[in-house]
Design a protein around this ligand. Structure first.
Ligand SMILES: CCCCCCCC/C=C\CCCCCCCCC/C=C/C(=O)SCCNC(=O)CCNC(=O)[C@H](O)C(C)(C)COP(=O)(O)OP(=O)(O)OC[C@H]1O[C@@H](n2cnc3c(N)ncnc32)[C@H](O)[C@@H]1OP(=O)(O)O
Ligand SMILES: Cc1cc2nc3c(=O)[nH]c(=O)nc-3n(C[C@H](O)[C@H](O)[C@H](O)COP(=O)(O)OP(=O)(O)OC[C@H]3O[C@@H](n4cnc5c(N)ncnc54)[C@H](O)[C@@H]3O)c2cc1C
Length: 664
C-alpha cells in the first residue's frame, strides 16, 4: 500500500540515530521522557479529542475549551504533575485558552513586578486557581505605543485608593486573552495620576468579576471582542473588551516593585529600572521563540511526510510515479524550513538561558544585561514568528490541494499561529527596537565601552568593514568560520551604513523615521546572525549518536546558505561576497539538499510528535493518507444527509426554472 511502504522505506534509509536526535531536539533525555509520556497521556484521553474543532459554533467551541481546561486542571491535580509536566500537558492539549494568560502572563507579572508582600498575598490564590487572571494592557486606540495608554489610575488620598477609569472609548481595554468571559482578575496597565500629575504607565491588580456568581463588579463593563481569523483556531480564546467607570481599588493593589505610592501620596522610585514594568513582555517573547520552533516543525513534519507519500509524474521503471520530495524544487522549498525549525529550536534554548541569566542578575540588582535581553527577545521573537508564519503557509502549498483541507491540519495551524506576528509586540515595531539598540552600540564604538553579548563582533569593526570572503570553491562554504564572517560583516556593514546615514540628519528622531525601512533590514541581519551563530555554537557541544552531528551540520549549513541566498542583495551590495561566491553558495546548497534527502523523514520523526498532536491526515506517522482522507470527507456534517438541507427551497426551484426555460 502506498504511504505505508513509502514511509517505512524512507525510515530504513536514515543515516543517523533517530533516538539520539530526539534527545537533542527535546533538550535532554529527561525532557524527552516527560514530553513523550505526557503527549501519550493527552492523546489517549477522549476529552482531549480535537477532530471536530473546526466545525463547532463559537459557543460550542468555547464551551468545549472550558471543558478541556477544567479537565486538564483536574488531571494536573489528580496526577500531582510538576510545573514542567503541567506545561507539557498544556502544550499537547493544543488549544489556546484563558489558562495561558493566567499562567503565562498574570502570574509572571505579579512575580516580576510585585513586592514580596504582594507576591505573598496574590500568588497562592493564583497558583491554586482561586482567582483567574489576565494581562490587560492593550486598548482600542493603543497597542504598540504603551506609553500612549489612556486608562487612568488616580490616587485618592482621602480613601487610600486608586480610581481606575476609562476616560474615552479608545481607552477601552481591547484584546486581552481570557478577559472576555473567564478572568476574575486582571493586571491592568494605566497612567498613574497623583495630585493631577501624570507619572506614566504602571500595573494594577483589579478584580473584575464576583467570585460568587461571576457577574462583573460595579463600574465594570466586560465582554468578548468577537470572532477572529479562521475556523476553530484562536476562537477558543475569549479576547475581551473592558471599560472602567471610576472603579476603586486599595492602594496596595498597584504593583510596587518598580515604584511605590505612599499613604501620603508620594511616589518613591526603587533602584530597579522603570523598564521592568515591561518585564512580562520580555518573558513571553522568549517563550514565543521556543514556540516558533514547535509550530514550524509541526508544519514541516506534515509536509515532509506527505511529500514522501505523494507521487506525481515521471513514471519509473517499476511503473510508479515520482515521490514529490524527489523534485529539487520541492526540496529547495521544504529543506530550508526543516533547517529553520532546528535553528529556531537551538536559538530558543539559548534565549531561555539568557532570560534565566538576566533574571538571576536582576534579583542581585545587576541590571546591566537588560538592554541586551530586550533586544534579543524582541528581535528573535520578530524574526522567528515571521519566518514560521510564512513557513506554515509554504508547507500548505507544498501539500498541493490537500493542504487546503482542514483535515491536513495546516489551515488551523496557520490561523492559530499568525497572530504571533502581532501579539507581544508587532514584529516591525520590535525590529525598530533592535535597530535603536544597534545604532546605540555603533555610536559607542571607540568610546571605550566594549560591545557585549551578541554585539561582541562589533568590537572588530575595522576588520569586518574591510574583510574579503575567502571562498574559492563550493565546499569552502561548509566552514563555520567562513559563514560566520560573512554574516558578521553583512550585519556590521548594514548597521554602520544606517548609523552613517542617520548622522546626516540634524534631528535624529526624524532621521530614524525616514530611514526606518533600512534600519529594520539591519536589525534582521543582526538577528539572523544570532540564529546562525547559536546553531554553530550548538555544534561545538558534545553531540552523541551515530551520524547525528553530521545531520545537524548539514542543517546548519542549509539554514545559513538559504538565508544568504534569500538576502543575496545585502551580501552583494555590502561587498561581503562576490557574485561568483554567491553562485558557489548556491551550488553547495543543492548538494546539501541531496545529503539531507534520504534522512528527511527521520529528521521529522525526531520531533517525536504524536498523530494526536499533529492532527493531520497528511502527516500521519504510518503514511496511510488516502484511505484516511477519504474516510474524513464522509465525516463532514454536510454528508449527514445525501440530499442537502435547502434542496427544496433553493436548488429545486432553479432546476425547475431551467427546465421551463429549456422548453421555451
Ligand atoms: C492547565 C494549566 C496549564 C498550566 C501551564 C500553562 C503554561 C503556559 C505557560 C506559558 C505560556 C506563555 C505564553 C503565553 C501566551 C501568549 C499569548 C499571547 C498573548 C498576547 C499578549 C500581548 O500581546 S500583551 C501586550 C503586548 N504589547 C506589546 O508588546 C507592546 C509593544 N510595545 C512596547 O513594548 C513599547 O511600547 C515599545 C518598546 C515599542 C516602546 O516603548 P517606549 O517606552 O515608548 O519607548 P522607547 O524609547 O522605545 O524605550 C525606552 C527605553 O526602554 C527600553 N525598553 C523598551 N522595552 C523594553 C523591555 N521590554 N525591556 C527592557 N527595556 C525595554 C528601550 O530599549 C529604551 O531603552 P534606552 O534606549 O532608553 O536605553
Ligand atoms: C490574538 C491576540 C491576542 C492578544 N492578547 C493580548 C493580551 O492578552 N493582552 C494585551 O494587553 N494585548 C493583547 N493583544 C494585543 C497586542 O499586543 C497588540 O495588538 C500588539 O501589541 C500590536 O499593537 P496594535 O494592535 O496597536 O498594532 P498597531 O501599532 O496599530 O499596528 C498597526 C500597523 O502600524 C505599524 N506601526 C505601529 N507603530 C509603528 C512605528 N512606530 N513605526 C512603524 N510602524 C508602526 C505596525 O507595524 C502595523 O503594521 C493581543 C493581540 C492579538 C492579535
Amino acid at each position: 500500500m502506498a504511504g505505508f511502504d513509502d514511509l517505512a522505506s524512507e525510515r530504513s534509509k536514515a543515516q543517523f540515530d533517530v533516538e539520539e536526535m530526539k534527545v537533542i531536539w527535546a533538550g535532554s533525555r529527561h525532557t524527552l521522557e516527560v514530553s513523550d509520556r505526557i503527549s501519550r497521556l493527552v492523546a489517549n484521553d477522549p476529552v482531549f479529542r480535537k477532530d471536530t474543532r473546526t466545525m463547532l459554533s463559537r459557543k460550542d467551541l468555547f464551551k468545549n475549551t472550558l471543558r478541556k481546561a477544567a479537565h486538564a486542571w483536574k488531571r494536573i491535580i489528580e496526577l500531582r504533575l510538576s510545573e514542567e509536566e503541567a506545561a507539557e500537558l498544556r502544550f499537547y492539549v493544543d488549544e489556546p485558552a484563558f489558562m495561558d494568560l493566567h499562567w503565562g502572563m498574570f502570574i509572571p507579572t505579579i512575580k516580576g513586578q510585585g513586592t514580596e508582600e504582594q507576591q505573598q498575598k496574590w500568588l497562592p490564590l493564583a497558583y491554586k486557581m482561586k482567582i483567574i487572571g489576565c494581562y490587560a494592557q492593550t486598548e482600542l486606540g493603543h497597542g504598540s505605543n504603551v506609553q500612549g495608554l489612556e486608562t487612568t489610575a488616580t490616587f485618592d488620598p482621602q480613601t487610600d485608593e486608586f480610581i481606575i477609569h476609562s476616560p474615552t472609548l479608545t481607552s477601552s481595554k481591547w484584546w486581552p486573552g481570557g478577559l472576555g468571559k473567564v478572568s476574575t482578575h486582571a493586571v491592568v496597565y494605566g497612567r498613574l495620576i497623583i495630585d493631577s500629575k501624570d507619572y506614566g504607565v504602571n500595573g494594577f491588580i483589579v478584580q473584575l468579576r464576583s467570585l460568587d456568581d461571576h457577574l462583573p463588579l460595579p463600574g465594570i463593563t466586560i465582554g468578548d471582542i468577537g470572532m477572529k481569523f479562521g475556523s476553530g483556531a484562536y476562537n477558543t480564546m475569549d479576547n475581551g473588551v473592558l471599560r472602567f467607570d471610576h472603579v476603586r481599588i486599595p492602594r496596595d493593589q498597584m504593583l510596587m516593585r518598580v515604584s511605590q505610592v505612599t499613604r501620603e501620596g508620594k511616589l518613591v522610585q526603587s533602584n530597579v529600572p522603570w523598564q521592568l514594568v515591561y518585564g512580562t513582555m520580555v518573558y513571553v517573547r522568549q517563550k514565543i521563540v521556543s514556540d516558533a520552533s514547535c509550530a514550524l516543525s509541526r508544519a514541516v513534519c506534515i509536509a515532509t511526510r506527505y511529500s514522501a507519500v505523494r507521487r506525481q509524474f515521471g513514471l519509473q521503471s517499476n511503473g510508479i510515479e515520482t515521490q514529490v520530495i524527489d523534485y529539487k524544487t520541492q526540496q529547495s522549498r521544504l529543506f530550508p524550513l526543516l533547517a529553520s525549525a532546528y535553528a529556531f529550536r537551538f536559538v530558543g534554548e539559548w534565549l531561555k538561558w539568557l532570560y534565566m541569566d538576566v533574571n538571576q542578575r536582576l534579583q542581585a540588582s545587576d541590571f546591566s544585561t537588560l538592554p541586551e535581553a530586550h533586544a534579543c527577545t524582541a528581535g528573535l521573537k520578530s524574526l522567528t514568528t515571521s519566518a514560521t508564519a510564512d513557513g506554515i503557509e509554504e508547507c500548505r502549498k507544498l501539500c498541493g490541494g490537500h493542504g487546503y483541507l482542514c483535515s491536513s491540519g495546516l489551515p488551523e495551524l496557520f490561523a492559530v499561529y499568525i497572530p504571533a506576528c502581532t501579539y507581544e509586540g508587532d514584529n516591525i515595531v520590535l525590529l525598530l527596537q533592535v535597530a535603536r539598540f544597534l545604532i546605540k552600540t555603533v555610536s559607542q564604538l571607540g568610546s571605550g565601552k566594549e560591545p557585549v553579548g551578541t554585539t561582541v563582533y562589533m568590537g572588530r569593526v575595522e576588520q569586518l568593514m574591510q574583510c574579503h570572503c575567502a571562498v574559492q570553491k563550493a565546499e569552502d562554504w561548509l566552514k563555520p568560520s567562513v559563514i560566520l564572517e560573512a554574516f558578521e560583516a553583512r550585519s556590521m556593514r548594514m548597521s554602520v551604513a544606517s548609523a552613517q546615514n542617520l548622522a546626516k540628519f540634524d534631528n535624529q528622531e526624524e532621521g530614524f523615521l525616514e530611514l526606518s525601512a533600512d534600519l529594520v533590514q539591519a536589525a534582521v541581519a543582526h538577528c539572523q546572525l544570532i540564529v546562525v551563530s547559536k546553531f554553530i555554537e550548538k555544534l561545538q557541544q558534545d553531540i552523541p549518536g551515530k551520524g547525528v552531528k553530521g545531520q545537524l551540520e548539514a542543517l546548519c549549513n542549509i539554514y545559513a546558505l538559504f538565508i544568504l541566498h534569500k538576502h543575496l542583495g545585502d551580501f552583494l551590495s555590502t561587498g561581503c561576497i562576490t557574485p561568483k561566491q554567491a553562485s558557489l553558495a548556491n551550488a553547495q546548497l543543492r548538494s546539501l539538499y541531496s545529503q539531507v534527502r534520504p534522512n528527511a523523514i527521520a529528521l521529522v520523526d525526531a520531533f517525536n510528535y504524536t498523530d494526536h498532536y499533529l492532527s493531520s491526515v497528511l502527516g500521519r506517522y504510518d503514511g496511510n493518507v488516502y484511505p484516511k482522507l477519504y474516510e474524513e470527507a464522509w465525516k463532514d456534517p454536510l454528508n449527514d444527509s445525501v440530499v442537502p438541507d435547502g434542496y427544496q427551497e433553493y436548488i429545486q426551484p432553479i432546476l425547475k426554472q431551467q427546465l421551463r426555460n429549456a422548453r421555451l
